[in-house]
Write a protein that binds this ligand. Structure first.
Ligand code: 0PR
Length: 378
């Protein structure tokens, strides 16, 4: 640290210059992220709640109520029964870590059966909790292979994981048969809807066939969804809901010097600002607003995929949600060339492909500009 402090203007100017080195969601510069530009009302709400800490909710009873209300919205959206309980967490990673921790605490077992397509956050869970991860190869369609998943289950299994919107392809696993299997075998099923959580509830509104994925399936034990992805809240905001709310008691630690007696999230100090942001977007858009955003994203993804096919580009899988992943003989070179045109796509190295996530900030006009630049880059 330098000896003497800088004036306010100098600090802010230096920060502005630094921020200018970043890419932004504006103008569709970032095309491969699962996050999106926070909604304008989320930004305003975030700014109002900067000092709030949900780790000590006694000081912030208003903010604590917002967490309860966001969770109640999500519980209703995902058809959670009476008695379910959740927590707002820092994102999909913390939600997956907690789902594993809750299952381990409830069963005393440490094996987790999951599709090979599951997010790498489960690897972190495995290291932290000494879990035995059984990665089951996915079927030819890129989705969890039901037969192989059920065969992988044994007496040591604490949890099965299914993904509702995979990171690489945005595909939804066959959750219904997996949930029936788990129900019949008294096994816990965690649905990772970090990405799909704000799209799947609106498929029917968007003129698509609904896909069962949530607590309406009795075998679903827990479900995560990220307000900081499809919820257009500010970072960091994830959510984990558990069918049997008492499950949280098993991981609670005493917090004697705080305003609550126990805590059962991984974080101690927890920002209230993104929770206020999520609440603001929920109230401002309502179900109808989210349905309309979902329809636009799904339509735009289908438009992009059709145009790409027209250019002779090969999709890894037909897009089910709004992730468009296509093959290229040299994905890194393609990424570099697109970067030269102001578009940042993500690599899916494992598949020799690049990924575009058609999130709310990606407009039809942006896609048309991208499609115009693409042929010269291919
Ligand atoms: N579960 C699924 C299915 C996910 O896709 C992700 C993140 C997570 C869990 C973990 O969520 P958090 O990152 O919120 O902890 N998937 C994206 C990925 O890893 C996240 C991401 C976000 C990627 C922003 C790029 C980016 O610019 O690809």
């Amino acid at each position: 640290m330098q000896e003497q402090g800088w004036g306010r203007a100098r600090v802010l100017e230096a920060l502005k210059a630094t921020r200018d080195e970043d890419y932004t969601f504006v103008d569709g510069e970032i095309l491969g992220s699962m996050c999106t530009a926070p909604h304008e009302i989320a930004v305003a709400a975030h700014a109002q709640f900067l000092e709030t800490n949900l780790g000590d909710p006694g000081h912030f009873p208003g903010t604590a109520r917002l967490e309860v209300e966001v969770l109640a919205d999500l519980a209703a959206l995902f058809h959670a029964p009476q008695g379910a309980a959740g927590r707002i967490v820092s994102g999909g990673t913390e939600a997956n870590l907690l789902a594993c921790l809750l299952a381990k605490a409830a069963t005393g077992k440490s094996q987790v059966v999951l599709p090979a397509s599951a997010h790498f956050s489960f690897e972190k869970a495995a290291r932290l909790m000494e879990l035995d991860l059984v990665h089951v190869p996915v079927g030819r369609d890129g989705r969890a292979d039901v037969e192989a998943m059920t065969k992988a289950v044994g007496p040591k299994t604490a949890l099965m994981v299914a993904v509702a919107g995979t990171t690489e392809l945005g595909l939804v696993d066959p959750i219904e048969p997996l949930a029936w299997f788990c129900q019949e075998n008294k096994l816990r099923l965690h649905v990772d809807a970090a990405y799909g959580g704000y799209l799947l509830p609106f498929l029917a509104d968007a003129g698509r066939t609904p896909v069962p994925f949530d607590f309406s399936l009795p075998g679903v034990w827990s479900l995560s969804a990220d307000p900081h992805k499809g919820g257009m809240a500010t970072i960091p905001a994830g959510a984990l809901l558990v069918r049997d709310g008492h499950a949280w008691d098993a991981i609670a630690v005493a917090s004697p010097y705080l305003s609550t007696r126990t805590q059962s999230t991984l974080l101690g100090t927890r920002p209230g600002a993104p929770v206020a942001a999520a609440w603001a977007v929920h109230r401002h858009l309502g179900r109808a607003g989210f349905a309309s955003v979902a329809e636009t994203c799904l339509d735009n993804a289908a438009y992009l995929a059709a145009k790409l096919r027209g250019l002779g580009v090969e999709m890894v899988a037909a897009p089910e949600l709004a992730v468009v992943t296509f093959r290229h003989r040299d994905p890194s070179a393609l990424q570099q060339r697109l970067q030269g045109h102001g578009f940042r796509v993500n690599l899916v190295t494992r598949m020799g492909a690049v990924r575009i996530v058609v999130n709310p900030h990606v407009s039809r006009a942006t896609l048309d500009r991208f499609l115009k630049a693409l042929p010269a880059c291919l």
